[in-house]
Write a protein that binds this ligand. Structure first.
Ligand code: AMP
Length: 216
């Protein structure tokens, strides 16, 4: 089995979570979303969750040491042995350097999307409370209103998916995360894909890229 250690890079709403989930299903490697890990900590009221909540609700980055601790614990689990796909980390240069110290990365997939589309994509997004599947009220609506196609869980709108917070999150991305494109370009492990079509068209582009890179 080929080992794939991947990072999905992109602005909020670029579809990186959706594509990461496809990769997980197709290649049997875990998707590790630091956003999901943090949301679960908030939901469970853990110490980390209590510290993270305010940052998340205002669209700011949670402090690096907190996220690193969560990520390290997750990467140490057995299912990450043959690879993983990290979505939502690193979000700044310090995090990229931290990550370099704990694992090597084979490929960074950078998804680029037109700015105007981002806001529409995020504010229309609905997430399953139970399994985390992602839907969109216009672009990929569930078969039944408010209900997950996969597990019948309840769909909800993330508290940080409102227009005001979205703008702040995009701003955070522009200032803190975007420099990572150059960081990974210099390491020659970055590939950029433009997302200007449907979700399934993007899925095809990602599959083709992985087949090329990993000789599948
Ligand atoms: P996401 O689900 O990736 O959009 O993340 C939602 C929110 O969680 C972000 O707006 C941040 O507040 C926080 N977050 C997720 N990943 C990170 C990270 N790597 N570093 C700092 N904060 C993060």
């Amino acid at each position: 089995m080929v080992s794939m250690k991947l990072i999905m890079l992109g602005a909020p709403g670029s579809g990186k979570g959706t594509q990461a989930r496809f990769i997980m299903e197709e290649h049997n490697i875990p998707q590790i979303s630091t956003g999901d890990l943090l949301r679960s900590a908030v939901k469970n009221g853990t110490e980390i969750g209590l510290k993270a909540k305010e940052f998340m609700n205002t669209g700011k980055l949670v402090p690096d040491d907190i996220v690193l601790q969560l990520l390290k614990e997750r990467l140490n689990q057995k299912d990450c042995k043959n690879g993983f796909i990290i979505d939502g980390y690193p979000r700044n240069l310090t995090q990229a350097q931290d990550l370099k110290k704990i694992t090597n990365i084979d490929l960074v997939i950078n998804i680029e999307v037109d700015y105007i589309l981002l806001i529409e994509r995020i504010t229309g997004r609905r997430t399953c409370k139970k399994c985390g599947a992602i839907f969109h009220i216009k672009y990929s609506p569930p078969k039944e209103y408010g209900m997950c196609d996969k597990c019948s869980g309840h769909l909800y709108q993330r508290t940080d998916d409102t227009e005001e917070t979205v703008k702040q999150r995009i701003n955070t991305y522009e200032i803190e995360t975007k420099p990572l494109i150059e960081f990974y370009k210099q390491q020659k492990i970055l590939e950029t894909l433009i997302s200007d079509g449907s979700i399934s068209e993007m899925k095809q582009k990602v599959s083709t890229l992985l087949a090329e890179k990993f000789h599948l």
